[in-house]
Each structure stands twice: as structure tokens, then as C-alpha cells.
Design a protein around this ligand. Structure first.
Ligand code: NAG
Ligand code: NAG
Length: 356
């Protein structure tokens, strides 16, 4: 009895397994046949609609993250899904129950692809962990969608005149390398073809603008897409690291006017200490800042603080040097400085923060 049971079970397993294998074989074979039939006589060197109207390549971008932003190199790095959509009539098919064929990166070697590049890219790479991050989808109408995950470092011309209260506009330009506007026409997929996640810590993304244009270079007219990211720098870091310490050193110098003129040691120490701290601080801080030939907003502030601290030192030198018969003149100067100095610094701050 036991033996018969076992035999029956084994028989059932074999039959079911064989049937499964058979049905799978059939559907594999049918799909293979379909794909092969698409590629028979397909010449991937020729663009769709060769000799006719330009191929319309639609583009959409999703920015996963803005990874770094270099003031010194004037570039920025981002991680994007880069998607392109075009129609290749040679890949249209008719098969009941099948509307779309999905492929990995292998299929991209078999068909024509637009030779898109980023005009202002410095370097970049396509991700390939664990396999090439790419897919291709072919719809029955011949519509092809290709998606890639890329890291792109693109140049971004920056203006630091109002640094660190600045807003930078960073572009990304998309163009075909070889095909002129007669062969490829790029358009944005839709009004919101560029999606972003706001992940920058140094900058705040204010928005972006999509543009498309035809540019003329010596080798012909090319269709180009542009997206400009508007990025506003976060000022918090500079406020705590530079503006507040600077202001405090000025206040420190200002305190010296309230001390007794005869407490020369204390006043000297206060003034020189402020000056030295300021000089050291400036050197350290300016290391990490973009170097420009023009004056940045932050230079104005630091320069003004330095001048204020230095003025306090000069005043002290003058006051401590007057002879005792001119004591009341010194007292007067001290008094003027007590209020004038503070008033001047406040005025400077008001004007500064209104301008920038
Ligand atoms: C595969 O093709 C055969 C004959 O061409 C057909 O009978 C069968 O239904 C097809 N199978 C699938 C899953 O499309
Ligand atoms: C490029 O465009 C300009 C202006 O639209 C046109 O005059 C010129 O003939 C075009 N050049 C080519 C090579 O198509």
C-alpha cells in the first residue's frame, strides 16, 4: 500500500513538472520568436525614420539627490534617473495579450539609441551595482522608453558677490553629440519633466526652469534641452561661524572704552586680543571660501569688523599717550567713542543687512 502511494506521488510530481516545463517552454519560445522577429533585418546604425522627419526624443529627469556642491571648482554633482522616450516604428509589434516588452541593459546593445550627452558635464558615470542600472521598455506601438541611473558632475558658473547670501543658478544641458536638429529633436516629456528631492544641506532648492532651444555651432544646428536649478545658500552656518563671532569681537573692543583709562594693561590686552583673534579667524575662515578677485558680501563684513577693532586700538593708543594735563580731553574722546562707536556699528549693520 505504502509503495503504491509513493509511486502515485512520484508519478503525479513528474506529470505536473513535465506539464509546467512544457507550458513555460512554449511561452519562452513564443517571446523569443517575437523579439527575434523584431530584430530580423534591424539595422541599429540607422535611426528610426531614417531620411525622414527627425526623431522626437522626449526626456524626463528625476533628481534623486544633489550630492555635492563645490564653490571652488564651480560645479555640482547629482544622482539622477535619466529617461528618454522615442518611437521606433521597426519595433512595433502585434501580439494578443502582450502590450509591452521589458528588458534589462542587454537589449540596449541590439537597437538604435540616441547619442545623448550632457553639454556642461565635467565627469559622470552610469551606476552598475549590482547590474547596470538601466531598463528598456518597448511598447506595441513602437514606443521605446530607456531609463538610466547616472551620477553627473556638471559645471555651474557662479557669482559670489553676495556670498553667503547668494542664489546660484545651475544648468544641465542635454544634446545629441552627433545628430543635428534634422535627425533628433529633443523635447521635455511634459511641463513637470524634471522632478527633484530637496536633499541639499548647504543649499535650498527654490525651483527649476525647463527650456528647449536650437543652438548653432560650426558642425550644424543642434536641438538642446536645458534645465536650470535655482539654489539658495543656507546662511545659518555662516551666521554662527563668522557673523556672530565678528560682532562679539567688536563688542569686546567697545567694552574697552568703558574701562578706566589708567587700566592700560587691561585695555591693551582687550584690544590686541580682539585684533589677533579676528586676524586668525579670518585666515582660517577664508580657507574654505571661494577665492574671487572681487569683494564678497562676507569680505565687507569682516573688513568692517576688522576696521572697528583696529580703530579701538588706535583710540586707546591716543588716549593713553596724552599727558595728565590733557586728561579731560582723553575723557571726552573716550566718551565720544563709547556712544559714537556703538552707533556707527549699529548703523553699519542696518545698512549691510538692508543691502544684502
Ligand atoms: C504560443 O504559440 C502557439 C502557436 O504559435 C500558440 O498556440 C500558443 O497559444 C502561444 N502561447 C502563448 C503563451 O502565447
Ligand atoms: C541653422 O539655423 C539657421 C537659423 O535657423 C539657418 O539659417 C541655417 O541654415 C541652419 N543651418 C543648418 C546647417 O541647417
Amino acid at each position: 500500500m505504502q509503495l503504491i502511494n509513493n509511486v502515485v506521488v512520484i508519478f503525479l510530481v513528474l506529470v505536473v513538472g513535465f506539464n509546467n516545463a512544457k507550458s513555460q517552454q512554449i511561452s519562452y519560445a513564443n517571446s523569443t520568436e517575437l523579439i527575434d522577429s523584431l530584430l530580423i533585418g534591424y539595422d541599429k546604425r540607422l535611426r528610426p525614420n531614417y531620411g525622414g522627419d527627425p526623431v522626437n526624443v522626449e526626456v524626463s529627469i528625476y533628481v534623486l539627490s544633489f550630492d555635492s556642491f563645490s564653490d571652488c571648482n564651480m560645479d555640482y554633482t547629482m544622482n539622477i534617473y535619466f529617461r528618454q522616450y522615442w518611437n521606433d516604428p521597426r519595433l512595433a509589434f502585434q501580439r494578443a495579450g502582450t502590450d509591452v516588452l521589458s528588458f534589462g541593459h542587454e537589449f540596449s546593445k541590439l537597437i538604435w539609441l540616441p547619442d545623448t550627452f550632457f553639454v556642461n558635464e565635467k565627469h559622470g558615470f552610469a551606476h552598475s551595482v549590482t547590474a547596470k542600472n538601466e531598463f528598456i521598455k518597448v511598447h506595441s506601438s513602437g514606443d521605446v522608453a530607456r531609463s538610466l541611473r547616472l551620477s553627473v558632475t556638471a559645471s555651474c558658473p557662479m557669482n559670489f558677490r553676495s556670498f553667503p547670501m547668494d542664489t546660484q543658478v545651475c544648468p544641465l544641458s542635454i544634446e545629441s553629440y552627433g545628430y543635428t536638429a534634422r535627425d533628433i529633436k529633443y523635447t521635455w516629456k511634459n511641463q513637470n519633466a524634471v522632478g527633484t528631492e530637496n536633499t541639499l544641506s548647504v543649499f535650498e532648492l527654490k525651483g527649476h526652469i525647463q527650456k528647449s532651444q536650437v543652438i548653432t555651432v560650426t558642425s550644424g544646428n543642434y536641438s538642446r534641452l536645458n534645465v536650470e536649478f535655482e539654489l539658495k545658500r543656507m546662511t545659518g552656518h555662516y551666521l554662527t561661524q563668522i557673523y556672530i563671532p565678528c560682532t562679539m569681537l567688536v563688542i569686546l573692543s567697545w567694552i574697552s572704552f568703558w574701562l578706566n583709562r589708567r587700566a592700560a594693561n587691561v585695555r591693551l590686552v582687550l584690544c590686541t586680543l580682539s585684533l589677533v583673534l579676528m586676524a586668525v579667524g579670518l585666515t582660517i575662515v577664508s580657507y574654505n571660501m571661494p577665492k574671487t578677485s572681487y569683494t564678497k558680501a562676507i569680505d565687507v563684513y569682516m573688513g568692517a569688523c576688522m576696521t572697528f577693532v583696529f580703530a579701538a586700538l588706535i583710540e586707546f593708543a591716543f588716549v593713553s599717550n596724552t599727558s595728565s594735563d590733557k586728561d579731560d580731553i582723553s575723557a571726552k574722546i573716550d566718551k565720544i567713542f563709547r556712544y559714537g562707536y556703538a552707533a556707527l556699528f549699529v548703523t553699519f549693520n542696518v545698512i549691510y543687512w538692508l543691502v544684502y
